[in-house]
Design a binder for this molecule. Structure first.
Ligand code: SF4
Length: 242
Protein backbone atom coordinates (compact mmCIF):
# COMPACT_ATOMS: atom_id res chain seq x y z
CA UNK A 1 0.00 0.00 0.00
CA UNK A 2 1.21 3.48 -0.83
CA UNK A 3 1.16 5.35 2.45
CA UNK A 4 2.56 8.73 1.43
CA UNK A 5 0.24 11.70 1.58
CA UNK A 6 -1.42 10.43 4.74
CA UNK A 7 0.25 12.76 7.18
CA UNK A 8 -2.58 15.07 8.07
CA UNK A 9 -1.61 18.02 10.20
CA UNK A 10 1.02 20.71 10.24
CA UNK A 11 4.71 20.00 10.37
CA UNK A 12 7.27 22.05 12.25
CA UNK A 13 9.43 23.42 9.44
CA UNK A 14 11.89 25.06 11.82
CA UNK A 15 12.91 21.92 13.68
CA UNK A 16 16.52 21.05 12.83
CA UNK A 17 18.03 17.64 12.31
CA UNK A 18 21.69 16.52 11.97
CA UNK A 19 22.50 15.82 8.33
CA UNK A 20 25.59 14.12 6.93
CA UNK A 21 24.51 14.48 3.31
CA UNK A 22 21.59 14.69 0.91
CA UNK A 23 22.46 13.17 -2.45
CA UNK A 24 20.82 11.60 -5.52
CA UNK A 25 21.63 8.03 -6.46
CA UNK A 26 19.94 4.74 -7.13
CA UNK A 27 18.59 2.74 -4.24
CA UNK A 28 20.89 -0.27 -4.34
CA UNK A 29 19.20 -2.26 -1.59
CA UNK A 30 15.89 -4.02 -1.13
CA UNK A 31 12.96 -1.74 -0.41
CA UNK A 32 9.28 -1.61 -1.27
CA UNK A 33 9.83 0.42 -4.45
CA UNK A 34 12.38 -2.10 -5.74
CA UNK A 35 16.16 -2.19 -6.05
CA UNK A 36 17.56 0.17 -8.66
CA UNK A 37 14.97 2.95 -8.46
CA UNK A 38 16.29 6.48 -8.50
CA UNK A 39 16.25 7.91 -5.01
CA UNK A 40 17.42 10.83 -2.99
CA UNK A 41 19.24 9.79 0.16
CA UNK A 42 19.02 11.71 3.39
CA UNK A 43 21.80 10.47 5.64
CA UNK A 44 21.46 11.42 9.29
CA UNK A 45 24.36 11.61 11.73
CA UNK A 46 24.56 9.56 14.89
CA UNK A 47 24.20 5.89 15.72
CA UNK A 48 23.55 3.98 18.95
CA UNK A 49 25.46 0.89 17.75
CA UNK A 50 29.11 0.22 16.94
CA UNK A 51 29.05 -2.67 14.49
CA UNK A 52 32.27 -4.60 13.95
CA UNK A 53 33.88 -2.65 16.76
CA UNK A 54 33.14 0.68 15.09
CA UNK A 55 34.51 -0.39 11.69
CA UNK A 56 31.07 0.00 10.19
CA UNK A 57 30.45 0.47 6.48
CA UNK A 58 29.01 3.96 6.89
CA UNK A 59 31.48 5.62 9.29
CA UNK A 60 30.36 9.06 8.16
CA UNK A 61 27.01 8.37 9.85
CA UNK A 62 28.35 7.09 13.16
CA UNK A 63 28.43 10.31 15.14
CA UNK A 64 27.57 13.96 15.12
CA UNK A 65 30.84 15.75 14.31
CA UNK A 66 32.05 19.20 13.35
CA UNK A 67 31.16 18.29 9.75
CA UNK A 68 27.51 17.64 10.62
CA UNK A 69 25.02 20.22 9.37
CA UNK A 70 21.99 20.91 11.54
CA UNK A 71 19.43 21.68 8.85
CA UNK A 72 15.94 22.96 9.38
CA UNK A 73 13.20 20.72 8.08
CA UNK A 74 12.25 23.31 5.46
CA UNK A 75 15.83 23.31 4.11
CA UNK A 76 15.86 19.50 3.94
CA UNK A 77 12.61 19.53 1.99
CA UNK A 78 13.90 22.25 -0.34
CA UNK A 79 16.99 20.15 -1.09
CA UNK A 80 14.90 17.08 -1.88
CA UNK A 81 12.46 19.04 -4.04
CA UNK A 82 15.36 20.63 -5.96
CA UNK A 83 16.49 17.13 -6.93
CA UNK A 84 13.01 16.39 -8.34
CA UNK A 85 12.85 13.32 -6.16
CA UNK A 86 10.01 10.83 -6.38
CA UNK A 87 11.56 8.49 -3.84
CA UNK A 88 13.52 9.29 -0.69
CA UNK A 89 15.55 6.87 1.37
CA UNK A 90 16.27 8.03 4.90
CA UNK A 91 19.32 6.34 6.34
CA UNK A 92 22.13 6.90 8.83
CA UNK A 93 23.52 6.38 11.29
CA UNK A 94 20.27 5.48 12.96
CA UNK A 95 17.34 7.64 11.83
CA UNK A 96 15.05 6.52 14.65
CA UNK A 97 17.24 8.32 17.18
CA UNK A 98 15.37 11.37 15.88
CA UNK A 99 11.91 9.82 15.80
CA UNK A 100 10.55 12.43 18.19
CA UNK A 101 12.64 15.40 17.11
CA UNK A 102 13.01 16.21 13.45
CA UNK A 103 12.52 12.89 11.66
CA UNK A 104 8.77 13.00 12.13
CA UNK A 105 8.62 16.47 10.58
CA UNK A 106 10.81 15.52 7.61
CA UNK A 107 8.76 12.41 6.89
CA UNK A 108 5.46 14.25 7.26
CA UNK A 109 6.53 17.01 4.90
CA UNK A 110 7.74 14.53 2.28
CA UNK A 111 4.64 12.37 2.64
CA UNK A 112 2.52 15.46 2.02
CA UNK A 113 4.33 15.77 -1.33
CA UNK A 114 3.46 12.16 -2.25
CA UNK A 115 7.12 11.15 -2.32
CA UNK A 116 7.70 7.43 -1.80
CA UNK A 117 9.50 7.00 1.52
CA UNK A 118 11.70 4.22 2.79
CA UNK A 119 13.57 4.33 6.07
CA UNK A 120 16.60 2.17 6.80
CA UNK A 121 16.95 1.34 10.49
CA UNK A 122 19.33 -0.86 12.46
CA UNK A 123 16.90 -3.13 14.29
CA UNK A 124 17.60 -1.85 17.78
CA UNK A 125 14.61 0.53 17.93
CA UNK A 126 11.01 -0.39 17.16
CA UNK A 127 9.54 1.93 14.50
CA UNK A 128 7.08 4.00 16.54
CA UNK A 129 3.38 3.96 15.81
CA UNK A 130 3.25 7.65 14.91
CA UNK A 131 5.68 7.14 12.02
CA UNK A 132 4.20 3.94 10.60
CA UNK A 133 1.56 5.64 8.47
CA UNK A 134 4.03 8.05 6.86
CA UNK A 135 6.59 5.51 5.65
CA UNK A 136 5.94 3.35 2.59
CA UNK A 137 8.66 0.81 3.30
CA UNK A 138 10.75 0.08 6.38
CA UNK A 139 14.07 -1.68 5.82
CA UNK A 140 15.28 -3.17 9.09
CA UNK A 141 18.91 -4.28 9.18
CA UNK A 142 18.77 -7.03 11.82
CA UNK A 143 22.33 -7.35 13.08
CA UNK A 144 24.00 -10.76 12.92
CA UNK A 145 26.54 -12.03 15.49
CA UNK A 146 29.62 -10.89 13.52
CA UNK A 147 28.62 -7.26 14.19
CA UNK A 148 28.87 -7.77 17.95
CA UNK A 149 25.51 -5.98 18.23
CA UNK A 150 22.95 -8.75 17.71
CA UNK A 151 22.19 -8.72 21.46
CA UNK A 152 20.79 -5.20 21.12
CA UNK A 153 18.14 -6.09 18.56
CA UNK A 154 14.44 -5.67 19.31
CA UNK A 155 13.20 -9.24 19.85
CA UNK A 156 12.55 -10.59 16.38
CA UNK A 157 8.86 -11.56 16.82
CA UNK A 158 8.07 -8.07 18.14
CA UNK A 159 9.81 -6.34 15.24
CA UNK A 160 8.22 -8.65 12.70
CA UNK A 161 4.77 -8.03 14.16
CA UNK A 162 5.26 -4.28 13.69
CA UNK A 163 6.00 -4.59 9.94
CA UNK A 164 3.97 -5.42 6.83
CA UNK A 165 4.49 -6.88 3.38
CA UNK A 166 5.86 -3.61 2.02
CA UNK A 167 8.73 -3.81 4.52
CA UNK A 168 11.97 -5.79 4.65
CA UNK A 169 14.05 -7.38 7.37
CA UNK A 170 17.57 -7.68 6.02
CA UNK A 171 20.42 -9.77 7.41
CA UNK A 172 23.94 -8.82 6.33
CA UNK A 173 25.88 -12.08 6.26
CA UNK A 174 29.62 -11.92 6.93
CA UNK A 175 30.39 -15.59 7.66
CA UNK A 176 28.93 -19.05 8.23
CA UNK A 177 27.88 -18.24 11.79
CA UNK A 178 25.85 -15.27 10.57
CA UNK A 179 24.23 -17.45 7.93
CA UNK A 180 23.27 -20.11 10.47
CA UNK A 181 21.88 -17.42 12.81
CA UNK A 182 19.75 -15.79 10.10
CA UNK A 183 18.60 -19.09 8.64
CA UNK A 184 17.47 -20.26 12.07
CA UNK A 185 15.38 -17.11 12.53
CA UNK A 186 13.78 -17.34 9.10
CA UNK A 187 12.96 -21.01 9.50
CA UNK A 188 11.17 -20.25 12.78
CA UNK A 189 8.74 -17.88 11.02
CA UNK A 190 5.28 -18.61 9.68
CA UNK A 191 4.73 -16.63 6.50
CA UNK A 192 1.42 -15.14 5.32
CA UNK A 193 0.77 -12.71 2.43
CA UNK A 194 0.93 -9.87 4.97
CA UNK A 195 4.32 -10.86 6.36
CA UNK A 196 7.33 -8.56 5.94
CA UNK A 197 9.91 -9.71 3.41
CA UNK A 198 13.19 -11.35 4.39
CA UNK A 199 16.47 -10.61 2.65
CA UNK A 200 20.02 -11.92 3.03
CA UNK A 201 22.88 -9.75 1.82
CA UNK A 202 26.55 -10.71 1.55
CA UNK A 203 28.73 -8.32 3.51
CA UNK A 204 30.60 -6.25 0.96
CA UNK A 205 34.28 -7.09 1.26
CA UNK A 206 33.59 -9.83 3.80
CA UNK A 207 31.64 -12.57 2.04
CA UNK A 208 31.78 -14.28 -1.32
CA UNK A 209 28.58 -13.22 -3.07
CA UNK A 210 28.17 -16.52 -4.91
CA UNK A 211 28.70 -18.57 -1.71
CA UNK A 212 25.64 -16.97 -0.17
CA UNK A 213 23.54 -17.41 -3.32
CA UNK A 214 24.58 -21.06 -3.54
CA UNK A 215 23.60 -21.65 0.10
CA UNK A 216 20.17 -20.08 -0.38
CA UNK A 217 19.54 -22.32 -3.36
CA UNK A 218 20.94 -25.45 -1.71
CA UNK A 219 18.95 -24.86 1.48
CA UNK A 220 15.74 -24.08 -0.44
CA UNK A 221 15.22 -20.83 1.48
CA UNK A 222 12.34 -19.77 -0.74
CA UNK A 223 11.12 -17.16 1.73
CA UNK A 224 14.39 -15.21 1.48
CA UNK A 225 15.31 -12.67 -1.15
CA UNK A 226 18.97 -12.27 -2.15
CA UNK A 227 20.16 -8.68 -1.76
CA UNK A 228 23.32 -7.37 -3.37
CA UNK A 229 24.37 -3.77 -2.72
CA UNK A 230 24.26 -2.90 -6.39
CA UNK A 231 25.47 0.68 -5.86
CA UNK A 232 28.75 -0.81 -4.62
CA UNK A 233 28.98 -2.93 -7.77
CA UNK A 234 28.32 0.07 -10.01
CA UNK A 235 30.65 2.44 -8.16
CA UNK A 236 33.20 0.22 -6.34
CA UNK A 237 35.91 2.89 -6.19
CA UNK A 238 33.75 5.92 -5.52
CA UNK A 239 35.26 8.42 -3.13
CA UNK A 240 31.88 10.06 -2.70
CA UNK A 241 28.62 8.79 -1.29
CA UNK A 242 26.69 6.63 -3.75
S1 SF4 B 1 24.01 0.42 12.65
FE1 SF4 B 1 24.87 1.09 10.70
S2 SF4 B 1 25.76 3.13 11.12
FE2 SF4 B 1 25.38 2.11 13.11
S3 SF4 B 1 27.34 1.14 13.60
FE3 SF4 B 1 26.07 -0.41 12.58
S4 SF4 B 1 26.65 -0.27 10.37
FE4 SF4 B 1 27.38 1.62 11.41
Amino acid sequence: MYKSGMSAGRTRQTTSIPIVSIFPSIDGEVNGAGQGVLATFIRLAGCNLRCWGGRCDTPQGLAVTEHTRFMQVSAVIDAVVALESRKVTVTGGEPLLYAACGLQDVLAALADRFIYLSVETNGSILPPEHLLRMVDSWVVDHKCPSTGESGKMVPFPIMRERLTNSDFIKFVIADEDDYAYAKNIVESCVFTPESPNMAFSPKTGGMNASWLADRLVADRLHTVRYNLQIHKVIWPEADREV
